[in-house]
Design a protein around this ligand. Structure first.
Ligand code: AHM
Ligand code: MG
Length: 338
């Protein structure tokens, strides 16, 4: 059988990258591989979501006698389980859990990384067959290797991330991850069950035509945000006509599209929720890192997302992320709010 030499799997890719760093231990590659493995399991369950009436609702017992878990709980268990039993992660924090988890075994304690994630973002979309995703960020721990990790290891600014990524369970399943060296996208080839490099060296176009925002909250936004949205709608023929509004309500899908096509994604604060909805550690920092490495920008309206010193695990922040030139235009409006 002819072998397609053009296919590069996630493992092959990370091993190839390691060749440039002869002293690298491969720990980060193993962690990414573990995340990729858990994502494959989650993907299988996400694909079965429409069969819930046949297979059993969350909280019920299915025909095999197993308890059926809510998908976001299942996803959390998968990512936490694979990292706990792996050898490349000293502890995790998850949007699904109140507190961080320090892995208390000799091998995990010797790991230098911690991982923070939203195991299944956009889960309100599961029931209606809309793309959902996983978002994660990886940090080098600040406490000594060999000890249990502490909260300090998790409350690091996003600029300390060594890698960040997301998986999107959509019309195809993708894993996109960034290190400081670049952003690369892998599509799951279901015929061989492997992540294969499909989007090498992703760059976010400097300018695009898409803006993503929940218009339903319009009257609760600040003056600057309202003016920016209105300006997007009023662009005239001299600057290419109005922007296109696209909002899936699944940030992974919205930001992924904008990353590829160029655009801006926003979840501003509102009068009732001044800090917005999105979580700094699990959602905003990873995307800010990925989009910045790809050439874009991310802010909370006042400062760069990646420079915010977190004070609590579940902290929320207003979030604006996307193409560089569009972000710079948006920032001129956001200045009005300061
Ligand atoms: P979740 O973490 O509870 O799933 O919520 C996060 C999601 C994002 O994916 C999405 O951008 C946002 O919530 C949509 O919220 P809204 O419906 O308020 O616009
Ligand atoms: Mg979420």
């Amino acid at each position: 059988m002819a072998i397609n030499r053009k296919i590069l799997t996630l493992d092959e890719f990370t091993i190839q990258q390691l060749r440039d760093f002869p002293h690298a231990t491969g720990e980060l590659s193993r962690l990414l591989r573990d995340m990729g493995l858990a994502a494959k399991r989650v993907n299988v369950e996400v694909n079965k979501a429409g069969l819930v009436d046949i297979l059993g609702d969350a909280g019920t017992v299915n025909v095999q006698g197993e308890e059926v878990k809510k998908l976001d709980v299942y996803a959390n268990d998968q990512f936490t389980g694979v990292l706990r039993h792996g050898i490349s992660c000293a502890g995790i924090a998850s949007e699904e859990l109140d507190d961080y988890v320090a892995f208390d075994d000799e091998i995990s304690k010797k790991s230098k990384y911690v991982c923070l994630y939203d195991p299944l973002d956009g889960s309100a979309n599961i029931d209606v067959n809309v793309s959902i995703g996983t978002i994660f960020g990886v940090y080098r721990r600040v406490t000594p290797v060999g000890s249990l990790v502490t909260k300090e290891d998790f409350l690091q600014p996003g600029n300390q991330q060594v890698a960040a990524g997301y998986m999107i369970y959509g019309s195809s399943t993708m894993l996109v991850y960034a290190t400081r060296r670049g952003v690369n996208g892998f599509t799951l080839d279901p015929s061989i069950g492997e992540w294969t490099l499909s989007h090498p060296d992703i760059k976010c176009p400097e300018i695009g035509r898409i803006y993503s925002v929940n218009h339903g909250n319009f009257f609760e936004y600040s003056e600057g945000v309202k003016k920016y949205i209105t300006a997007c709608q009023k662009k005239d023929k001299t600057n290419g006509g109005p922007y296109t509004q696209r909002y899936i309500g699944s940030m992974v899908a919205d930001v992924h599209r904008n990353l590829i096509k160029g655009g801006i994604f926003t979840y501003p604060g509102t009068t009732s929720k001044p800090k917005g909805k999105l979580r700094l550690l699990y959602e905003c920092n990873p995307f800010a890192f990925i989009v910045e490495v790809a050439g874009g920008k991310a802010t909370n309206g006042k400062e760069r997302i990646l420079d915010i010193q977190p004070t609590e695990l579940h902290q929320r922040v207003p979030f604006f992320v996307g193409s560089k030139l569009m972000m710079e235009e948006l920032e001129t409006y956001l200045k009005e709010d300061q």
